[in-house]
Design a binder for this molecule. Sequence first.
Ligand code: NAD
Ligand code: DAU
Length: 364
Amino acid sequence: MQTGTNSSGPILVTGGAGFIGSNFVLEWLRHVGSPVINLDNLTYAGNRENLRSLDGDARHIFVHGDISDEKLVGSLVREHRPQAIVHFAAESHVDRSIVGPDAFIQTNVFGTFALLQAARAYFSELSREEQKQFRFLHVSTDEVYGTLGPDDPAFTEETAYAPNSPYAASKAASDHLVRAYFHTYGLPVLTTNCSNNYGPYQFPEKLIPLIILNGLEGKPLPVYGDGKNVRDWLFVEDHCSAIRAVLERGRLGETYNIGGNSERANIDVVTTICDLLDELAPDPEAGSRRQLITYVKDRPGHDRRYAINAEKIRRELGWAPTEKFETGLRKTVQWYLDHREWVENVRSGAYLKWIETNYAGRTA
Ligand code: NAD
Ligand code: DAU
């Protein structure tokens, strides 16, 4: 009988200094409370400031290292004996995968492979009782399913994989490896495929924080193509609670789609942010932020629409999102207004160089 991860043992989280990973670590310690070993190699997207509130908290053990280092992962799991591995670490930005796919193949494919190898060796050394508890949860994306037309039904767990960007292809490859380790080696895996997240601590290369910060500073608000591409937005705390539900009660070897039931066209997201900024941080001299909207050259291979059918996780695990898009977006805008120091710290020289690389050639 499967028992699922209980609330007492330590867990190993990879990529816990990134956007979703750091939210997950904070939420885990708030809701569950057992120790977290956080393995992160602090790429441009990893930020220890996200976890500053845990300074001095013995339940959080940060390890600066790479998931591709199988020896390091092996020694970490033997030392701390986690009852689960929750795998967030990845290169995650589609535009970066178009400019330079190498790092995506290295971390998302080879890194996941190394992590699986270390997990498999560790699992084989556990007692029967410990094996029953152990879980390897792989955090993946809806982008593996490709793109939808306006009237297509939403992605289910049965939708065929059809990735269109190097990022999506690398995540699809990692999903397949995770599945194979269940069927071939009996590793107790779970995979989640989630839609677009937003909320505190998101690196401002992604649409929502980029628009908030550019809007605050009176800079152009770049909208790719015709602005009518659709994403299904989920508040990050809802994603974290879904992952906890899958960890506790998910069926081994299964995949679970996670979504926010909040499909929005990009242009509608951008105008909503403009209006929130006008309300929460008015700049009467400059006028409405909507004037800053600038249509720019489209992303190559830009998926038109994503939509998630999250019926399986609702039916089997009783999970549903709790935050509405409008209230979640308001909280997010307010968070960026209240955390100017965090914003200044992440916008280093490397960030400015990326903005130049991605937007210089995209004239209106
Ligand atoms: P992020 O880019 O904000 O964070 C990634 C983290 O992984 C960073 O802390 C980085 O330092 C770390 N990392 C990268 N390479 C590593 C390596 N080789 N070894 C150790 N650590 C490494 O990403 P995110 O948006 O928080 O996404 C987290 C996960 O969730 C990813 O697997 C992503 O594919 C998935 N996901 C993201 C979204 C979204 O909307 N952001 C939606 C669905 C799924
Ligand atoms: O669907 C889940 C995925 O969502 C995750 O797997 C990825 O890690 C995450 O980055 C996100 O991918 P997207 O490509 O959908 O997110 P992004 O914020 O980059 O873009 C959202 C939409 O906004 C997309 O249609 C492209 C568009 N866009 C993006 C940027 C950065 C713009 O119009 N202008 C921009 O400047």
